[in-house]
Design a protein. Structure first.
Lengths: 375, 718
């Protein structure tokens, strides 16, 4: 099969998707620069600190896209298990002295001088692993014993690994992504409903269990952020102030006031708020439309690929990006309780940018082998 | 190759539809926030970005009428901390505590507070500010500020008043005219980040403050100084509880001086000036301390009421003269008593030696109660009451000071019974404030016009330009010019020939009236507690000043208005004539009296009758106001003291007592030779110890103290 492909002339990738991603990444570089300037000046005395790093990560990410779109995605199916095991090991290494704590959470790993977030790798690895698993047992997906239960074990294990890092937002994101793959793969609706109930129960436990009172606070703060705007409601209120003061056209690029320490790490979990403030409703709408295009192209690729694994993988990648984007924007507009999710391609963050771009590289490779109309 | 199932494709489309729905919902939410709620949210955001810092306006200066500064604002510096910006709180706290002389732990606590700003210390000196600036501490800022400063400390304390730490007037003129003095605060608007640092755009806006208006008072610093000096001296001399003085210009109602001693330092109004008192206050609980503060800040002249006694006879006389129910030709007979009121017998002060027949002038000179009861009766209670009100008693004079009392007078003439009319004629059974009395006597002196007493003459701006000027305000005419002139002439007699002789300054025409009233405490006359007063006006031909001296609870050698308060007025008049450059004009009488002086004998321990004879023989007069006398009263003290040289015709105060005979009064021995002292003490049958040689310089007990035969007496000579 592989041999046959080599002989064929390579088809072009989905250019619309590629272009949208490039615009998002470029836009992200500008917004990271704008929103990180005050903190960069304050902390490092160098306003370009985050910009430089983001540029480097973008270049790495760009190379990842170019390389991965030229590697046949089917290879991941073969190595799905080793990849997954590798990611799990990285995830567990966090709890060894190699792990690094920052802002009260152990989410970082320092390996060979590189500091990165294993959760970003776990995300992609578990998508690959679940896609491979489901495409291998396609006929039995609808059954409980051979379909749902093993799939749920994989989902639960992956999510559990992230939950251990005290990262509920990412846990939910990944959980939803994996369930989306499972849903596409043919999960029984009755099982889905049962799972939904179970997830709700787990979420309830995560919020109300001892030691996690901050999560409950976030929910009460979400109900009425202005009631305690100096403490628990602070982030939501500041984000609303930013978005609200943007109005239709925004204060102008670079002119955000809220990035001056009103919104903590505004280049990260709240970058959409700064976009709203600086570029207004139209600027924000543009970003949303770009993501809509990305999701649309991703779904098209998943629909047109004549390979279950490719379909599931494309679904997983696009779900992961789409869900993250939706959660990020929902948090920024205070539509859901505050949780720390970055906006893919736009927010600052090396591991996440590189991994997201790498995922797009894989998706582009799938697009090459799908029967899509290319512009 | 595994081809995806059809259901997979359907489900993918469903998932896409779901995603699109969510995205549309988010777009709607975004539109709601940015377009519909945009203004509201932007307002909230603007509020948190904009920091408005008040720029304090400079408080107006308070000047005396000659342009001397009584209250000024001086530059001071206030130290603020921004805890979030402090890099090394321990080190910063150490430097601050060191430079500002503060407690390290307290400073550290402030520096580590979870506050955006925290005041470290208000009003530090320029030197401290410079030293701090040199350290260049991060998160510490030194802000220009101004504080009130009173160059003369306790000078005119009760008039000027003081401000609180925010420069808001709390008492006196500072409070009454706070609105003028304060000015309009400016604002410094700046856009700041969450840590209160200036944002790089929008710049800052400064609305300049408008400085306060300065006040020019009617007070004359020099005259105020005379009054302060005289009051302080009288306070010490008489060991009094309070000495208050008002000096008013009768034609305008301008208060030239007003003192109430003891007073306090305006720069430190919560600490008494007296060291012993200060130590005592240190341990008081705060609520008790507050009571003490308010007591200390009381201005007797307007905040307290008292029973005026004989000074009120002026009101009775003026009213009767104006109504023509008396005249200078009327005569009144004093037999010592008023016996025609059912159940009451009123006594004249000199009931034991009645005044007999006397003209109105003599009656006032002698301060004869019986005569004034008759004057009031002829006037009638309706008319008398009308004039009491017309002179402003029972109402506020509206002087520009806080908490003015209205006094106590009958609510209408209907409720005045015979006994009330009688006692009111000589100033009993009414309560007034000193400022009311001054104002009424000013009206008698200026042609009959009751003025509104005032402290504020004009408003000037910082450059000294007049912003507003206030004219004297006449409340009403109470007396005709004729009556006013008659009153001046009557008052002059009191000082030249009557009970007010101690206020006489040779070569000048001074009028006045003395008063001694027993204090009423808790509704009853308090034994041994008096208020001695003297109201004076001078010069008679062109009155420039009305002076009221009230001495509350004199406990020195005398408590009579004529001997306690009149000499204080005299010293003030002397200073005033000098300052106002009014030359003396000596009459023949003045010159005569100058030459005829007699030495006072020691009348103590003698029977009142004998003492009276002795004095009359010497050409002296005497008074024994308000004392419950029994027929065998003996003189227990006299004023002036034995041995003092006095002019012929002077009035000697005699203090009588009916104490058991084994109680004697320690005689005055100072300057006696050993022989004289020995004779005096032997005559009284006392045991004593002498120390040293020469004349007596010290004695124990002090003159006037009650002693018995057994009292140990020590006399020192030098």
């Amino acid at each position: 099969m592989a041999r046959k492909k080599k002989n064929e002339k390579k088809k072009a990738v989905d250019f619309t998707l590629f272009l949208s991603i490039m615009i998002l990444v470029f836009f992200g570089i500008i917004m990271v620069f704008s929103s990180s300037w005050p903190e960069a000046m304050q902390k490092f005395g160098d306003g370009y600190h985050f910009l430089k790093r983001q540029l480097v990560f973008s270049v790495i990410g760009f190379m990842a896209i170019i390389i991965l779109m030229n590697i046949d995605y089917r290879i991941y199916r073969k190595f799905a298990l080793p990849i997954f095991i590798f990611a799990v090991i990285l995830g567990l290494l966090i709890f060894t002295p190699l792990g690094d704590e920052s802002k009260g959470a152990r989410r970082w790993l320092i390996l060979f001088g590189f500091r990165f977030m294993p959760s970003d790798i776990i995300k992609l690895a578990s998508i690959i692993f679940l896609s491979a698993f489901l495409s291998n047992k396609k006929e039995r997906t609808g059954t409980l014993l051979l379909g749902t239960i093993p799939a749920l074990i994989i989902i639960g294990f992956s999510c559990g690994l992230i939950y251990l890092q005290k990262d509920l937002g990412t846990t939910v994101t990944l959980g939803a992504t994996l369930v989306a793959i499972f849903f596409i793969a043919g999960m029984r609706i009755s099982h889905l409903l049962a799972l939904g109930a179970g997830a709700a129960g787990l979420l309830y436990y995560a919020v109300t269990s001892e030691g996690n009172e901050y999560r409950l606070e976030r929910i009460t703060a979400f109900m009425d952020p202005f009631a305690d705007k100096l403490d628990t409601g602070w982030q939501a209120v500041q984000s609303l102030y930013a978005i609200g003061s943007g109005g239709l056209f925004g204060l102008g690029l670079g002119k955000s006031r809220q990035k001056f320490f009103y919104i903590p790490e505004s280049y990260n979990d709240f970058i959409f708020s700064i976009i709203g403030e600086e570029l207004g409703f139209f600027g924000s709408l543009l970003v949303i439309i770009l993501f809509l295009i990305v999701i649309w192209r991703g779904i098209i690729i998943a629909l047109k690929i004549d390979d279950t694994f490719g379909c599931f993988l494309a679904t997983g990648i696009i779900a992961l990006i789409g869900i993250q984007a939706l959660i990020h924007i929902a948090v920024a507009t205070s539509s859901i309780p505050t949780t720390g999710i970055t906006l893919p391609f736009v927010s600052y963050g090396g591991t996440s940018l590189v991994m997201n771009m790498a995922s797009i590289g894989i998706l582009l490779n799938i697009s090459r082998q799908a029967n899509i109309e290319r512009s | 190759m595994n081809i995806p199932m059809k259901s997979t494709k359907t489900r993918l489309k469903v998932a896409f539809g779901f995603a699109v729905t969510l995205i549309i919902a988010l777009i709607l939410r975004l539109g709601y926030l940015q377009i519909y709620k945009g203004d509201e949210l932007q307002k909230g955001a603007l509020e948190q970005w904009t920091k408005s810092i008040d720029i304090k306006p400079k408080r107006g200066i308070i000047y005396d009428r000659k342009g001397k500064k009584l209250a000024i604002s001086v530059n001071a510096f206030t130290v603020w901390a921004y805890p979030a910006d402090i890099k090394n709180p321990e080190e910063t706290a150490r430097i601050l505590a060191d430079v500002l002389d503060m407690d390290y732990d307290q400073v550290l606590e402030k520096l580590t507070k979870n506050q955006s700003t925290e005041k470290i210390k208000q009003w530090i000196t320029r030197e401290e500010a410079n030293e701090l600036r040199q350290h260049g501490l991060s998160g510490i800022s030194i802000v220009d500020d101004n504080r009130r400063y009173y160059p003369n400390g306790n000078f005119a304390a009760h008039i000027i008043g003081f401000t609180n730490i925010d420069n808001v007037g709390l008492a006196g003129i500072e409070n009454v005219y706070d609105e003028y003095l304060t000015g309009i605060p400016g604002k410094w608007l700046k856009m700041t980040d969450a840590a209160n640092r200036q944002l790089p755009y929008d710049g800052e806006k400064i609305h300049e403050p408008e400085d306060g208006t300065s006040l020019v008072l009617t007070i004359d610093e020099t005259i105020q100084y005379f009054a302060e000096k005289a009051a302080q001296q009288a306070l010490l001399d008489n060991k009094a509880k309070n000495v208050s003085i008002i000096i008013m210009e009768p034609k305008t109602g301008d208060i030239l001086a007003m003192v109430s001693k003891p007073d306090f330092d305006l720069n430190n109004p919560r600490e008494p000036l007296d060291q012993a008192l200060k130590a005592e206050w240190a341990n008081l609980p705060i609520d008790e301390l507050q009571d003490r503060w308010y007591d200390m800040w009381r201005n007797f002249n307007v905040n307290d009421i008292y029973e005026p006694g004989s000074t009120f006879k002026l009101i009775t006389a003026a009213a009767a003269l104006e109504e023509n129910t008396t005249s200078l030709n009327h005569h009144y007979y004093c037999n010592g008593f008023i016996r025609d009121i059912k159940g009451e017998v009123l006594r004249c002060a000199r009931w034991y030696n009645p005044h007999g027949s006397q003209s109105l002038r003599e009656a006032l000179n002698n301060s004869c109660n019986v005569a004034f009861v008759n004057i009031a009766r002829q006037l009638g209670k309706e008319k008398f009451y009308e004039y009491i009100r017309a002179f402003g008693f029972g109402e506020r004079t509206d002087i520009d000071l806080l908490g003015e009392e209205i006094g106590i007078i009958p609510s209408s003439s209907d409720i005045i019974k015979e006994i009330n009319l009688a006692t009111m004629s000589y100033g009993h059974g009414v309560a007034i404030t000193p400022i009311q009395l001054v104002n009424s006597v000013a009206a008698m002196s200026n042609g009959g016009y009751l003025m509104k007493p005032r402290l504020l003459q004009k408003l000037v701006d910082i450059e000294g330009n007049i912003v507003a000027s206030f004219e004297p305000e006449v409340k009403r005419q109470v007396l005709s010019k004729k009556t006013s002139d008659t009153m001046l002439s009557l008052m002059e007699s009191v000082v030249s020939d009557g009970s007010g002789r101690s206020a006489q300054v040779p070569g000048y025409r001074i009028g006045g009236k003395t008063g001694t009233a027993q204090k009423i405490i808790d509704g009853r006359y308090a034994q041994g507690k008096y208020i001695a007063s003297f109201i004076g006006v001078a010069p008679i031909d062109d009155p420039k000043a009305v002076v009221l001296v009230t001495v509350d609870e004199p406990t020195g050698s005398s408590y009579y208005g004529g001997s306690v308060a009149a000499p204080v007025a005299k010293s003030i008049f002397e200073d005033l004539f000098n300052y106002l450059e009014i030359p003396p004009e000596y009459t023949d009488e003045d010159l005569d009296q100058e030459s005829e002086r007699v030495i006072l004998p020691d009348l103590r321990n003698t029977h009142i009758g004998d003492a009276g004879t002795t004095l009359t023989d010497l050409g002296l007069r005497y008074t024994t106001e308000y004392i419950e006398i029994t027929s065998d009263s003996t003189v227990i003290d006299q004023f002036p003291a034995p041995g003092v040289e006095v002019q012929k015709g002077s009035i000697i105060d005699l203090y009588l007592n009916s104490r058991p005979s084994n109680v004697k009064i320690m005689p005055y021995l100072i300057y006696m030779t050993k022989k004289q002292a020995m004779k005096t003490l032997d005559e009284m049958g006392l045991e004593y110890t002498f120390k040293g040689e020469g004349v007596v310089v010290d004695q124990y007990p002090l003159p006037g103290e009650e002693i018995t035969i057994d009292t140990e007496i020590v006399v020192e000579f030098n």
